[in-house]
Ligand binder design. Structure first.
Ligand SMILES: Cc1ncc(COP(=O)(O)O)c(C=O)c1O
Length: 470
């Protein structure tokens, strides 16, 4: 049964405790949950738009384009109701959402556990939490993330909540520079993506994302691991790293790593590749930052650094998206000396409560483990995509990725072919997104909390129909 509100403070003397225990609150919760269930349960299949709703929907999209100053990538405005990975749009269509806001909605759409958590949040005194005023749930979230990160021995002691992955990464870089001053350079891997601030645009390996923006950081890149040449690419990265350290002695504050390149095209590295690079940095007092904004909760362990067995190198870790609130974790020895880190908002009260309920569900539902749901679903999806690749030679290669991050390359790998296929999938009812360039891939981030093999079958049927139509 879905429980009542999480109590911030249990002592009976508190008025707040009386409020959340008030039978009217529980009754209202149950009524809302029942209403949600009876309506969301009608959404079971993808379906095309309702022609009667299309003109008004198009007018709304046009207004959105005007207000934003640019069209949205997909002609997507949700109706407000979904069911797991299925989402109803304002034109009456239903899509199978295997990209979930680029990895954000790990419980899919209209999840009752998320509704219950946000009811708890709605009863709290403020909509937002911040660095001057925290609620108990902020503490629970920090403690929970620290405890999860330490499960295999990482020495992470502190947690700073923030509203975006970019801010979590900004904080991680600040901590690194502050502790290694005057070192001012960062080492990254080719193809990386770190976020959209000015500093992170300098780090992200996409020149188009910083057109006209002044250079904020000195960044050096290492070649990415590639399965076509494991030895060659690993040795190449080691050689480049040693060369950079010699060329700029004492000038690198940190090595910043995505363990599965997300925006870059779903390229996972290997334990050996990362271990060697991290060890060299460790030996040279260069801090290691793992960016888990996209990977968190999608592999065999909550953190990708745990999946790859790199716990001892985790100096600073960032995460976000699926947790609904973003965070920077760091060890005691890196605690800033001075008022370096703060924001007005740490997160919405609802985000923190909802994030806790996501963590509860992922753990209870056995998403993690070598044979947990994430890895089982990956194998199932992979086998289906491999079968499609054999059946339609030249139209689909791959799959690539790890856990609940999976991608394939359509046709010739050009961005035009990938965009065309992505559009077709959308029209046929499946939502994915692009990743990487040369080749450009189509990626999927199915919501780990609710995706079943039946949903994967549904996705593969749509992929096959799209392949047959080109
Ligand atoms: C690996 C990685 N880091 C950082 C970010 C930035 O997160 P946000 O968009 O929440 O600022 C993203 C976003 O896609 C990401 O994939």
């Amino acid at each position: 049964m879905l429980t009542g509100a999480l109590l911030s403070h249990d002592p009976k003397a508190l008025h707040y405790s009386d409020l959340v225990r008030d039978p009217r609150v529980e009754k209202a919760r149950q009524l809302l949950l029942e209403a949600l269930e009876s309506h969301r349960s009608k959404i079971t299949q993808v379906r095309p738009p309702n022609p009667d709703l299309v003109p008004a929907y198009q007018a709304e999209l046009d207004r959105l384009t005007k207000a934003r100053g640019a069209a949205t990538y997909f002609p997507y405005i949700s109706s407000g109701l979904g069911n797991g990975p299925l989402i109803e749009l304002g034109d009456g269509s239903v899509k199978l959402d295997f990209i979930v806001g680029i990895g954000v909605h790990g419980m899919g759409h209209s999840d009752p556990r998320m509704l219950s958590a946000t009811i708890d949040a709605a009863l709290e005194d403020t909509v937002m939490q911040g660095n001057l005023q925290h609620d108990s749930a902020s503490l629970w979230m920090c403690e929970r993330l620290i405890a999860l990160s330490r499960e295999q021995g990482a020495k992470l002691d502190h947690c700073l909540l923030s509203t975006s992955g970019a801010m979590a990464n900004e904080n991680s870089l600040k901590i690194a520079f502050h502790n290694r001053a005057p070192a001012s350079r960062v080492i990254c891997i080719d193809n990386c993506f770190a976020g959209r601030s000015i500093a992170l645009a300098a780090l992200t390996d996409r020149p188009a994302y910083r057109t006209g923006v002044p250079k904020a950081l000195d960044v050096d890149y290492l070649p990415m691991y590639h399965p076509s040449d494991p030895q060659g690419t690993t040795q190449g990265a080691i050689r480049t790293l040693k060369h950079l350290i010699e060329r700029y002695p004492g000038q690198h504050a940190c090595l910043w790593l995505e363990l599965v390149a997300g925006e870059g095209g779903y390229y996972p590295g290997t334990k050996e590749y990362f271990e060697t690079l991290c060890q060299i940095c460790h030996d040279h007092k260069i801090l290691v930052i793992f960016d888990e904004v996209q990977t968190f909760s999608r592999l065999s362990r909550p953190f990708a650094f745990q999946h790859f067995g790199l716990d001892r190198f985790a100096d600073i870790v960032t995460l976000g998206k699926i947790t609904q609130v973003c965070a920077t974790l760091y060890g005691e020895s890196l605690k800033p000396k001075g008022p370096l880190l703060s924001q007005t908002f740490t997160a919405a009260t609802a985000s923190i409560r909802a994030g806790l309920s996501v963590l509860d569900h992922l753990e209870k539902s056995k998403c993690f483990g070598d044979d947990g749901w994430n890895m089982q679903r990956h194998r199932y999806f992979r086998s289906k995509l491999e079968a499609l690749s054999k059946k339609h030679p030249g139209k689909l290669s791959g799959p690539y990725g790890e856990g609940m991050m999976i991608a394939f390359t359509p046709g010739d790998g050009s961005s035009a072919t990938a965009s065309k296929m992505l559009g077709k999938l959308y029209d046929f009812g499946l939502m994915g997104f692009l990743a990487g360039s040369n080749p450009t891939r189509l990626r999927f981030l199915p919501p780990p909390g609710v995706t079943t093999n039946e949903h994967i079958d549904m996705a593969c049927k749509i992929i096959e129909a799209a392949l047959e139509s080109v």
